[in-house]
Write a protein of this length. Sequence first.
Length: 274
Amino acid sequence: METIEYLYHYTNIETLALILKNRTIRFNSLNNMDDLQEQETADLKNIGQFCYISSWTDDESESIPMWNMYASLNLGVRIKLRKNPFKVYNNLASDLSKVLVLPVKDESNGKPLQSIIPLSEMFSKGFFTAQAMSKELLLKVEYTNDKNKLYPRLLKEDDEHFSIALGELGKYKNLHWQFQNEWRYILNILPLNLNQPVENLIHNFQIIANRIRLGLEKQPFPYYDMSISNDAFSEMQITLSPRISAGSRVIVQNLLEKYNPTAELKESNILGLI
């Protein structure tokens, strides 16, 4: 992966307010993206709904097309955050035992198991993502006209067994979108309840996997909000859109004063040029 320290996200003031108040970044599924091609594959229907992403760019220079498409020249902001800004949780056996139906053995000598999604939340709400245990969700989008990449084959079948390569989703976009210089965080989230006896878990996983293969399974939720770490949050930089109105400027200033007073507020580099 290329060496980058910070990424940028263009958005509107309403979304900024929610990010600041909740200290979270929203991941939306591919079936809610502006590029409708992204949710399609060569062999499986409705599978894009299980791939959740948050889109950013590494382009430090302001982009007028990005302002227009994702923020607006009059009412938008650009957020700058360090890469991988997510909060890391310490999961203790004593905490997990409060939500699990099965006894928890503490074989960690008191050391917590770290994750970027609380394991107790997955167990209590009945979903699963392998990326919860990773601190690295970031991927640079590859722009291509290769149909095999834009419409990947995800299903691999061998006699009575099959597998689905969910990891191939969200990695490629058509060359038409190359101006975005997009990096994205990706979570693959399945409606699988891990909080059950092993024999039930294996059976239910087989049922869910088969329903996904047939295009019948539903996503566990339309979006997922990831918490921002305190350090990353305090370092946030907000750039105002180049034609920001006086009223919108006051709103952003008040939001930062209330929710993130250490964040830097910055004027657009193209202020007065467009």
